[in-house]
Design a protein around this ligand. Structure first.
Ligand code: NAG
Ligand code: NAG
Ligand code: NAG
Ligand code: NAG
Length: 477
């Protein structure tokens, strides 16, 4: 009898606990949803604040390719590739063993990467496997074409510096002018995609991302440069964007060839009219010699830089001591990122303007969780607050594959406030849900930070940085 009562008591207590837990959770859910909803509305308001100056002329270089998107673990399985025991980094991939090791090196950190495969037999076997499957998505690839398409979508007049095949020209659409020859063959890139928590052998991905492989023959030489520079001079763009240079990374050039090409690019940038703003979009660079060439021949001619959370520490250490930082935290603290941005801005903001060099006046870092932009006060860059909002919304739209933002597919992964710096005693800045973009002044520049409504149902990750960066730039000209 007493046992029964006790049991009954336990049952009603557990029902009561479950009910309280349920009410508490739905109350929490409601708070979270309200927060998401007001952040979304705030971002949309900030985005709408600027009317577009249509017909802004933008020239974008370099290179183009066709991207094939495949499921990494599926294609490895089909090809009979087995996961390695220990990941290892190779700059150039020669066989499937090395591919497995380099892939897992990036995969276990969920870091985006891109490597050249020297072995064409191996590369072609992967391309053929991708072609056999109807689920492989094929799209225009390369940073420059993705950025060009984004600018065209924003109503800009766009010129692209690339040699393209008729197939690629068809995919690009007619509203983008091509400054480069027509070629028959085309460079193909394969994006090995994976979801958050995917397992391969002993490894598990902490976030969704992709690893690109290619065996390019054209793009590493930025071979459209000469035609592009002629065409750009008469196009007189307000903005010239340089991207796609990671195709030169770890590519087996003959000695001196890469440096010579980058010197040539530097000369083209130096001779560009000061009325044209120059933006350089960073990428995953692993070769220290290449990083140094960029620091010498490209970065000093750039008014603006764009990069992700992996590329910022890489540039930072390249500037500090000439080394490359291949992998860093996928979820860096805001204070840490802001401090590195300040350091990079400070160094490059002091570039001497001799020989047509330019001081850095804009720096955009796009991370999974937030967007951060620095612009120099009084510089030609406008609307930094709207640019951060637009970049943030574009991140969700791109990854979810939908222009309309569904709150049930979005999540905020940042706290409600953040420290402005890691320095002792620095102030905290709160995200206001109604005005989600936080902007403040420091010295001669303004900082704006916008939270990203992180997409939880991933449709695509590749090309995200290019879309996000271009969307931000489009409202700042
Ligand atoms: C290139 O790849 C093929 C196919 O995976 C392999 O059989 C061959 O041994 C590789 N060549 C070299 C030089 O590693
Ligand atoms: C890849 O395929 C595996 C097994 O079929 C599946 O579990 C996984 O969700 C797929 N990943 C992506 C990113 O589609
Ligand atoms: C170079 O600088 C980076 C960033 O400060 C640091 O993490 C790295 O350890 C340094 N490397 C060397 C060799 O000094
Ligand atoms: C990003 O660019 C790609 C290629 O142009 C396009 O397919 C995709 O829809 C773009 N994303 C957004 C949000 O516009």
């Amino acid at each position: 009898m007493s046992l029964l009562t006790k049991a009954g008591g336990v049952v009603s207590l557990s029902i009561f606990v479950a009910l309280v837990a349920y009410l508490h959770r739905s109350y929490n859910d409601k708070i979270l949803n309200d927060r998401l909803d007001s952040v979304l509305r705030g971002l949309l308001r900030a985005e709408k604040k600027v009317g577009f100056e249509t017909r802004t002329r933008v020239a974008v270089g370099f290179g183009a390719c066709v991207d094939g998107f495949v499921n990494a673990t599926d294609i490895f399985h089909n090809l009979g590739f087995i996961p390695p025991d220990i990941p290892e980094h190779y700059s150039v991939i020669r066989d499937q063993d090395e591919l497995g090791k380099v892939f897992s090196y990036f995969f276990r950190h969920g870091a985006a990467g891109e490597r050249y495969i020297e072995n064409r037999t191996l590369f072609e076997s992967i391309v053929n496997e991708a072609r056999r499957h109807s689920f492989t998505r094929w799209a225009v690839g390369g940073n420059a074409p993705v950025m060009a398409q984004r600018f065209a979508k924003e109503g800009c007049e766009v010129m692209l510096g690339a040699k393209v095949s008729p197939h690629l020209a068809g995919l690009l659409g007619s509203n983008i002018k091509i400054a480069g020859d027509t070629i028959d063959d085309e460079d193909i890139h394969i994006a090995l995609e994976y979801a958050t928590g995917t397992s391969w052998g002993n490894f598990k991905s902490p976030r969704a991302n992709r690893f690109f492989i290619h065996s390019d023959q054209f793009n590493p030489y930025i071979d459209s440069l000469e035609l592009f520079s002629q065409a750009a001079a008469s196009f007189s763009p307000q903005l010239l964007v340089v991207g796609g240079l990671q195709m030169m990374d770890s590519f087996p050039f003959k000695p001196g060839v890469r440096k010579e090409r980058l010197q040539k690019l530097g000369e083209v940038l130096a001779s560009t009219s000061k009325k044209t703003m120059i933006h350089f979009e960073m990428a995953s660079f692993s070769e220290e010699a290449l990083l140094q060439d960029l620091v010498e021949h490209v970065i000093p001619y750039s008014d603006s830089l764009g990069m992700n959370e992996q590329e910022l520490p890489n540039l930072y250490s390249a500037l500090m001591n000439g080394t490359a930082t291949l992998i860093s935290d996928a979820y860096p603290r805001i204070a840490h990122v802001l401090d590195q941005m300040r350091a990079v801005y400070k160094i490059l903001g002091q570039t001497s303007e001799k020989n047509n060099r330019r001081k850095l006046t804009r720096l955009h870092v796009h991370t999974l969780a937030y967007q951060a932009i620095i612009t120099t006060s009084g510089s030609p860059w406008k609307n930094t607050m709207s640019a951060a909002a637009k970049a943030s919304l574009t991140a969700n739209r791109h990854v979810c594959g939908s222009n309309f933002i569904h709150l049930e597919k979005a999540r905020l992964i940042i706290d409600e406030s953040f420290a402005a710096s890691q320095a002792h005693g620095s102030r905290r800045i709160s995200f206001e849900n109604n005005r989600p973009v936080s902007c403040w002044k420091e010295g001669n520049y303004e900082f704006c930070v916008a939270p990203v409504l992180v997409c939880t149902q991933v449709f695509q990750t590749a090309g995200g940085g290019d879309n996000v960066s271009s969307a931000g730039l489009a409202v700042q000209i």
